[in-house]
Design a protein around this ligand. Structure first.
Ligand code: CTP
Length: 399
């Protein structure tokens, strides 16, 4: 959560500067107040007007001839964090030596707020002893260095030196500035839709993309939790605080969740688990020439019920995928044994499977409901963790 956080984004002159526009946009979407400062070289790669349009304020480019007497100290004092992305080898060298002749480096020198640096350059420059020395100095000064990644570089080259994805920088800032109310907590999250084999090539599945579960896992990690993510979908980008186990079927998901749940403080079961599976999946592909097959189904284990029945069970959050109304979720909240149910109408536009937004209603076992407006999934996740953290604290306070 970066709502209301004041962030200065410093952009230096490399090809990756074009990505700074998307980073700025993501920071604004996360609720940050943003100002930008560019080196003169950066203006050769991205137009100041673009950043002005995204942030609402023109970037600071020089120290002279601007309305402020001292733009660098003003911005340095204003900032809750300063992030330099992309940081070229030359900018890193100046930062490491405290050289402040340009507005960007002067701002970094003039702040006492945390500084994040995201390097981007060619592999030879990144691996040069001078850059290694400068990076080591930045580390010693308490600067958080994020990346670089390995991958495609300018001019068709490849190797270490690529700017990390903007969302990785957003994550680093959230970890620095956001609440750490899940520190020390072990959290289990299930995500995605299970696939139940009919034969070696076909399966019964559903439309779940795993995005809601991923957002819940990533947000928990940013708030300090150690996360165990059991998923049948594409997991989020690698994160030291998230252990991912990939599964396919309801039975595999059940075994993995049940083996870990009692060691966790919280379990959020966001996966769309198949309720039925083919009883006898063929070892060979079904053939058209053999005619319409008869597929008999059998129930899958109810994973949530299994966790709810555990003696040493975690705080349990269930999801309820409904179509039409969320009335059915009231029953689930009463009967399923979860501490909280998050209901959503998966047939509604902008809500549920595959989308980046969700409109949910929170329901407690005693039938209390709270409807939230349509929100980005990462915001639903943040608000959900606000709620779970306070319910957990209340529960622990009363026991
Ligand atoms: N769930 C589960 N195991 C299953 C099916 C569902 O643990 N075999 C969990 C889901 O992860 C979710 C909750 O139960 O947290 C509700 O899932 P949902 O599909 O909405 O409800 P069902 O219980 O399957 O009921 P119905 O299909 O009738 O809506």
């Amino acid at each position: 959560m970066l709502r209301g956080k004041r962030i200065v984004l410093g952009i230096s002159g490399g090809v990756a500067a074009y990505k700074a526009a998307y980073l700025a946009r993501r920071l604004v979407e996360h609720g940050a107040e943003l100002r930008t400062v560019m080196t003169v070289a950066a203006t050769r790669f991205i137009g100041p007007q673009t950043l002005a349009a995204i942030t609402g304020t023109p970037p600071v480019i020089g120290l002279f001839g601007v309305s402020s007497v001292s733009p660098h100290t003003e911005m340095g004092r204003w900032a809750d964090a300063v992030v330099v992305a992309p940081a070229t080898a030359s900018t890193i060298a100046r930062l490491a030596h405290g050289l402040s002749e340009d507005a960007l480096c002067a701002t970094v020198l003039a702040t006492t707020a945390p500084v994040v640096v995201a390097p981007a350059m060619h592999t030879e420059m990144w691996e040069h002893p001078a850059t290694r020395r400068n990076i080591a100095r930045l580390h010693d000064d308490g600067t958080l260095v994020v990346g670089p990644d390995e991958g495609a570089l300018a001019g068709g080259d490849e190797g270490p030196g690529r700017l990390v994805e903007p969302d990785v920088i957003v994550g680093a800032l959230q970890r620095l500035l956001g609440p750490r109310d899940l520190e020390g907590r072990n959290v289990l999250v299930s995500a995605g839709g299970t696939r139940e084999p009919i034969d070696p090539v076909r399966y019964i599945g559903n439309r779940s993309s795993g995005k809601m579960g991923n957002a819940i896992a990533v947000t928990a990690a940013r708030r300090g939790a150690t996360v165990f993510l059991v998923t049948s979908a594409e997991p989020p980008p690698e994160d030291d605080h998230i252990e991912v186990v990939r599964v396919e079927t309801a039975v595999e998901m059940a075994e993995t969740v049940w083996a870990r749940a009692s060691k966790c403080d919280v379990a959020v079961l966001a996966a769309a688990v198949a309720d039925f599976r083919p009883g006898d999946p063929g070892a060979e592909k079904l053939r058209r020439a053999d005619g319409v097959p008869e597929i008999s189904l059998e129930p899958t284990p109810d994973i949530l019920a299994g966790v709810a029945a555990m003696e040493d069970r975690p705080f349990l959050v269930g999801f309820a995928a409904e179509t039409g109304t969320v009335e059915g979720a009231l029953d689930k909240a009463r009967t399923k044994g979860a501490d909280l149910v998050v209901a959503n109408d998966v047939a509604r536009r902008g809500s549920g499977f595959g989308t980046d937004t969700n409109e949910v209603t929170l329901i407690t076992p005693d039938g209390e409901r709270e409807k939230w407006q349509l929100l980005p999934k990462h915001e639903v996740a943040d608000r959900l963790w606000d709620r779970v953290a306070s319910m957990l604290a209340a529960k622990e306070g009363s026991s």
